[in-house]
Design a protein. Structure first.
Ligand SMILES: [Zn+2]
Length: 66
């Protein structure tokens, strides 16, 4: 089980492999992330997952014109 390192909540949300958010609630498609807890990446995250995450962030950056 993956727990939030900040508050110990065991209900987490992973939009991409190895990137987790502390989940406050989920109503159908609506997800509420706990703003008090930072997103985290587990220490044992596989390198392949981290690369996927980088690719997604790159795409997002293009969409947002960062
Ligand atoms: Zn938390």
């Amino acid at each position: 089980m993956i727990r939030c390192p900040t508050c110990g909540n065991d209900v987490v949300y992973s939009p991409v492999p190895s990137l987790y958010f502390c989940l406050e609630k989920m109503l159908g498609e609506n997800i509420t992330i706990s703003v008090e807890c930072k997103a985290w990446v587990p220490e044992d995250a596989p390198a392949a997952d981290l690369l996927k995450m980088t690719e997604r962030i790159e795409k997002l950056a293009l969409e947002l014109r960062l």
